[in-house]
Design a protein around this ligand. Structure first.
Ligand code: KIV
Length: 291
């Protein structure tokens, strides 16, 4: 596999060549290393970290600093994959200036691009960021940052709602995004959007006819005990770790751990000297040698 760094330009090229794009979220050094070794094309430091790492009930409380913290951990693995920083709720909606400034801070840290949620209502922010030189990934369909207004429902079940998702994706493309995430949207709508856009669509819970797929790390490896219904679990991570921790606890209690391979010993003559020193110490203050 080539070690050439993946750029937004590669995403467009992969679409032109009809090659599927693979993305996964990651929140720390080891996740990023694993994802990169597995050969994914893109890593999203998603605001889903609020739920799967921090245990929040939604992504709304996630802060700029929390994403920055996890972005730093992911970047420390120097991934070949494109690294996209997710912009948390209220870090880009208020004004174009704030959007540029906040997105720019992630790019200055080393992110290759940023992602924002929303369609037609955020195109002015997308245009401003792209003009400032920041590659932007869009995110239509279910927008978890807007769930209080829009709900957490499958999008595109009716023709009218499908058209809204379609128009949102088209508006984002015109504003300059290099790709669009389509979340939890009917497969037919995602397929129509994918056919209509020049930029690649990256789907999550939106069917097979997209240019790429993304899953949340914890869902994929089975660390999330209540994942969304569209997730495919590729490992039983929770059970694997739970069993490892239970074995550890049992072995500590029984004395089976640590074994000989897990600790170091002194040379016998050093042990003899230590016992001598301890004996003197018990008898009175120890005289320390200057060497
Ligand atoms: O935050 C996230 O993980 C996301 C993906 C669901 C696309 O936005």
């Amino acid at each position: 596999m080539s070690r050439e760094k993946v750029t937004p330009y590669h995403f467009l090229k992969l679409k032109r060549e009809g090659k599927r794009i693979v993305m996964v979220t990651a929140y720390e050094h080891v996740h990023a290393k694993l994802a990169d070794e597995a050969g994914v094309d893109g890593i999203l430091v998603g605001d889903s970290l609020g739920m799967v790492v921090m245990g929040y009930r939604s992504t709304l409380p996630v802060t700029f600093r929390e994403v920055a913290h996890h972005l730093r951990a992911v970047l420390s693995a120097s991934p070949r994959a494109l690294v996209v920083a997710d912009m948390p709720f209220l870090t880009y909606e208020v004004s174009r200036e704030e959007a540029i400034r906040n997105a720019g801070r992630y790019v200055k840290m080393g992110a290759d691009a940023v992602k924002i949620e929303g369609g037609a209502e955020v195109v002015d922010k997308v245009e401003a960021m792209v003009k400032a030189g920041i590659p932007v990934m869009g995110h239509v369909g279910l927008n978890p940052q807007r769930y209080l207004v829009l709900g957490m429902r499958v999008r595109g079940k009716t023709a009218e709602d499908g058209l809204r998702v379609f128009e949102d994706a088209k508006a984002l493309e015109e504003a300059g995004v290099f790709s669009v995430v389509i979340e939890f949207t009917t497969a037919e709508v995602a397929a129509e959007v994918t056919r209509a856009l020049r930029v690649p669509t990256i789907c999550i819970g939106s069917g097979p006819q997209c240019d790429g797929q993304i899953l949340v790390f914890h869902d994929l490896v089975g660390l999330n005990v209540s994942p969304p219904p569209f997730v495919k679990r590729y490992a039983e991570g929770y059970e694997v770790f739970r069993r490892a921790l239970a074995s550890y606890a049992e072995e500590v209690r029984s004395g089976a751990f640590p074994e000989r391979a897990h600790y170091f010993t002194m040379k016998p003559e050093e042990l003899g000297r230590l016992e001598e020193l301890l004996g003197k110490r018990r008898a009175g203050p120890v005289e320390r040698s200057s060497g």
